[in-house]
Design a protein around this ligand. Structure first.
Ligand code: KG4
Ligand code: ZN
Length: 341
């Protein structure tokens, strides 16, 4: 079975093909340069770019035969951008008589590791991206239970917003990771935020304010780049430690106690401090950790194609009426299962 995956939820237009569980084609065009001028993603510009790029990108995949399944990211994301991918996917599915599957972008991030190794369920998953910081219990590729979420800023947002204050280009996460690796964390500069509770939720806005205050008091950080590496090391370390502490807490809950593996995914899963912290945490729990290669951590078409392939293999799909879901709205669990002959 051959599945085409289409990702247009934010500022990457990406398409990929997964055939019998293997990635056979992948193409991605990032709009980062367009949005960097504004210091963040401009939704209207994003939709226009997706509309301009999606056709030529599909053509450049050079598929000899149409796909059996067309999967697309249905949300959460920027609604106008999602609608471009959805319209394209629906037209292709209708024109070629292919099956259609609308994919939850967040779940797809966590399943991406399946392209590089076997996924063991039930799993405990940590999704850390620009818009989300979620802990899930994952019983199967289609059964995700949300255990913890962010109350305000996501981890990636904290990196990007602090980076902006430092005058670093958007999105700043990867650059702050690199700078941090060259520095040494200053003991006690930041404390893991939102820990005096017994829940699995995150809150990074206080940390962002603490970082902003520090930057305001130390103009040499942004002007002369003096002490910048140590500052970044400190921020990376405290974000990684926060994610680890809550994930360890999740592993001790009833829903976390019987899992067979840990999954780490999303753009911030490309962060070296976060990867090392979660690797150590899984090792201590005696569990394998599946984390995609950095290229599969940030938004891509392969994760959508892989998720679509897995769901279609199990007989799941959607009708042409499948909806798109904007950020902040839960993605409905409305997959339909075909009766198998
Ligand atoms: O998953 P993603 O590509 O898009 C969303 O769905 O949000 O995540 C993008 C986020 C951005 O905030 C970016 O700064 C962050 O991932 N990011 C990183 C790194 N690479 C990307 N953050 C920290 N360290 C990195 N190496
Ligand atoms: Zn994403």
């Amino acid at each position: 079975m051959r599945c085409l995956g289409i990702e247009t939820s934010c500022d990457e237009t990406a398409l990929a093909v997964v055939e019998d569980g293997r990635l056979t084609a992948s193409i991605l065009s990032s709009q980062a340069d367009v949005h960097a001028l504004f210091g963040g993603v401009v939704p209207e510009l994003a939709s226009r770019e997706h509309a301009r790029l999606i056709g030529p990108l599909y053509d450049s995949l050079g598929l000899e035969n149409p796909p059996d399944v067309v999967a697309f990211a249905r949300g959460p994301g920027l609604l106008g951008s999602l609608l471009i991918g959805a319209g394209f996917a629906k037209a292709l599915a209708l024109g070629h008589g292919a099956k259609l599957v609308g994919i939850n972008h967040l779940h797809a991030h966590l399943l991406a590791a399946g392209l590089e190794g076997e996924l063991l369920f039930p799993a405990l998953g940590l999704l850390v991206s620009g818009g989300h910081t979620h802990i899930y219990r994952i019983a199967s590729p289609r059964a995700f239970t949300l255990m913890g979420t962010t109350l305000d800023d996501a981890a990636g947002e904290a990196f990007d917003k602090v980076g902006k204050l430092l005058g670093l280009p958007y999105p700043a996460g990867r650059i702050m990771d690199e700078l941090g690796r060259a520095g040494r964390a200053v003991p006690g500069l930041f404390r893991p935020p939102y820990m005096d509770n017994d829940n699995l939720d995150f809150s990074f806005s206080g940390l962002k304010t603490a970082a902003a205050t520090y930057i305001g008091q130390h103009p040499e950080l942004s002007a002369a780049r003096e002490g910048l590496e140590d500052f970044c090391a400190s921020l990376n370390q405290v974000i990684a430690a926060t994610l680890r502490l809550k994930f360890e807490r999740a592993l001790r809950t009833e829903q976390g106690r019987d899992v067979r593996s840990c999954l780490l995914a999303g753009g911030v899963a490309a962060n070296s401090f976060v990867r090392a912290a979660l690797r150590e945490c899984a090792e201590q729990a005696g569990l394998p950790l599946a984390v995609p290669s950095p290229i599969l951590c940030t938004d891509n078409g392969a994760m959508i194609a892989y998720s679509g392939w897995r769901l279609a293999e199990e007989g799941y799909g959607h009708g042409l009426d499948v909806s798109c879901v904007p950020r902040g709205t839960p993605v409905p669990d409305d997959l339909r299962r075909e009766k198998r002959s």
